[in-house]
Design a protein around this ligand. Structure first.
Ligand SMILES: Cc1cc2nc3c(=O)[nH]c(=O)nc-3n(C[C@H](O)[C@H](O)[C@H](O)COP(=O)(O)O)c2cc1C
Length: 575
């Protein structure tokens, strides 16, 4: 078990002919993101291939710039580096690159085209010696080290590549096959002990991008692999096939989950991306299949397909020049046209001052009628540890609401007395309704009627129908022009039990319940999800019930994150 008192250091070891690993080690938690939270430290693995030409693969991030360069300077190959190969780029790595480039002055930077664009934006005043590579390109370092590039774009790292060296049969796999564990073992001779850390790493980094991971695994079928050389943790020599198989299984596990959420975002500088990762952690902890979609690199058809298929969606955006980036605006348009209004939604984003993009996303979704699964998350610039924790909690809340909604929609499986009950009644019992309380005051008399027999009836004017038992409605709502409030109850609150009890005892219905007054003077239940102020237009005599048609004069949502309470019944012969 690593001890947190050891200082950061660099461990160097030869792993194959002409190939060295340089492991920048930290024994304590590197950063506060969930992926590091097992507290076992981590290693950031860089690799050096020395043949006729010298290539340095993946220098570490800014936390290790000093120790890494100090170690590098002790070796003669240092000034001979011909290539610095970057399997992906992030702001951390740029810090080390800035320090390294003037020292390794002969080196060309080798990376994918999206990475090259990021580099050019990060070094606007410098003409960088960049060599961009595509899938299948080769870089011959001599002595059999003819490196082959394999692209592995994912939502987290759209610029991702990995490298195969046919001389040593090593795959420099970057984000694939890693784990956050610090130790003295270079390889995985104790791979069984690593299983938990490997799957935890997968869950945090790859579960939400399992489709792309499967694509890369397919590509790897073409190669004979002796060593997997990841960006973090022990190198894989003793469990290569096992780990690849595990990755297949873990990807497959994602598709077995019954509830799905799509997380759409872009992030120009990584801050919204960090929030997205933390939200994914919260969702995944509740067994939700999450598909992360980086809108910058995903075609609209794929976005539409994912939105149509999911149970809930979450959208995140930075604010740039007062707007959401074009790709997010497109994604919002696709949501509004493709996602049914019952889908649970969520909004988040990082901003600098106004945060206009977040406000626009939230208001468009609310206006369209989507229920929100958590209170919109806003973060000024880079998220702190606390904000990331809030994002994870929001992901959990979203997952719990999704599950509850699924349970509410699930058919009642066992009815027990099905054989003897009237089949028609049972069939009618499958009709469900929103639980509501009609409230009204006439002079000194106040009334509250619990009902689930409410339905929207017209758009213009906005109108509803309510069926009320004749014995309940005696002298109530019997004239055109009578006014009342329809309180729509929120799932999970105890108001239903309260009003059931009250109607049995005949007590003042509003005793122990907080109320406001509507414009038409009737009570509004403050704990309701929303309410409508209504006027009776007409009523129809229907057997043992009156069917009342009322116009909605005005209304308000009182709790934006809640879902409507629904009454499921076993039989159509009772409420
Ligand atoms: C060119 C540019 C324009 C920006 N415009 C705005 C803006 O209009 N309103 C705002 O709140 N923040 C603005 N910001 C701040 C970004 O929203 C903030 O840096 C945010 O953290 C970026 O998120 P990201 O890292 O996910 O890209 C701007 C930043 C840049 C670089």
């Amino acid at each position: 078990m690593p001890t947190t008192t050891r200082p950061r250091d660099v461990q160097v070891a030869e792993i194959a002919k002409g190939t060295t690993v340089i492991r920048s080690r930290i024994w304590a938690q590197l950063r506060f993101e969930a992926e590091y939270s097992k507290g076992k430290g981590t290693t950031v693995n860089s690799y050096l291939i020395q043949a006729r030409e010298v290539a340095l693969i993946d220098p570490p991030g800014g936390s290790f710039t000093d120790v890494f360069i100090e170690d590098l300077q002790q070796h003669e190959y240092y000034q001979q580096i011909n290539y610095i190969i970057l399997n992906h780029i992030n702001p951390n790595r740029l810090e080390t690159l800035k320090a390294l480039l003037p020292l390794a002055y002969r080196a060309k930077i080798v990376c994918s085209r999206p990475a090259a664009n990021t580099l050019k934006a990060a070094f606007p005043d410098q003409e960088l010696p960049i060599l961009t590579v595509r899938a299948g390109d080769l870089l011959d370092l001599g002595e059999g080290h003819e490196l082959k590039f394999i692209t592995q774009p994912t939502p987290r790292h759209p610029d991702g590549i990995c490298i195969y060296d046919p001389q040593t049969k090593i795959l420099f796999s970057d984000k694939l096959f890693g784990s956050h564990v610090c130790g003295d073992e270079i390889f995985d001779e104790n791979w069984k002990a690593l299983q938990d850390d490997r799957s935890y790493y997968f869950d945090n980094i790859h579960a939400s991008q399992s489709k792309q991971v499967e694509d890369v695994l397919d590509k790897l079928n073409l190669y004979r692999l002796k060593i997997l050389a990841p960006g973090h943790g022990p190198l894989v020599r003793y469990s290569v096939s096992r780990l690849i198989m595990d990755y297949r299984d873990w990807c497959n596990d994602q598709t077995q989950k019954t509830l799905t959420a799509v997380l759409l975002y872009t992030s120009a500088y990584g801050n919204t991306g960090l929030m997205a990762n933390a939200i994914v952690t919260g969702l995944s902890a509740h067994d939700i299949q999450v598909t992360a979609i980086n809108c910058e690199v995903t075609p609209p058809e794929e976005i539409t397909e994912a939105i149509e298929a999911c149970d809930g969606f979450i959208i995140g955006s930075p604010t740039l020049a007062g707007h959401a980036p074009t790709q997010i605006q497109t994604a919002l348009g696709l949501i509004l046209s493709a996602a049914s209004k019952t889908k649970l939604a969520g909004v988040f984003g990082s901003y600098g001052w106004g945060g206009e993009a977040i406000d626009i996303l939230e208001s468009k979704l609310l206006n369209a009628g989507y229920p929100l699964g958590f209170e919109t998350l806003r973060c000024k610039f880079k998220p702190t540890e606390e904000i990331l924790r809030n994002c994870t909690t929001a992901g959990s809340d979203f997952a719990k609401t999704l599950r509850k909604t699924q349970q509410a929609r699930a058919p009642i499986q066992s009815l027990g007395n099905e054989a003897t009950s009237d089949r028609t009644e049972l069939a009618m019992g499958r009709i469900i309704g929103s639980l509501c309380v009609i409230t009204l005051q006439r002079g000194d008399t106040q009334a509250a009627i619990l009902t689930s027999w409410v339905s929207q009836a017209t758009f213009t004017p906005p109108g509803i129908t309510i069926a009320i038992a004749k014995d309940t409605a005696e002298n109530t709502l019997d004239h055109g022009g009578d006014q009342f409030v329809l309180n729509i109850l929120r799932d999970g609150k105890n108001l239903r039990r309260h009003f059931q009890k009250i109607s049995a005892t005949g007590q003042n219905p509003f005793q122990d319940v907080e109320i406001d007054r509507s414009r038409n003077g009737n009570p509004i239940l403050k704990e309701a999800l929303s309410y409508l102020e209504c006027t009776v237009q007409s009523r129809m005599d229907c057997g043992d019930h009156w069917l009342i048609y009322a116009i909605v004069n005005t209304g308000k949502v009182l709790e934006i994150n809640g879902t409507t309470a629904v009454l499921h019944r076993k039989s159509g012969s009772a409420y």
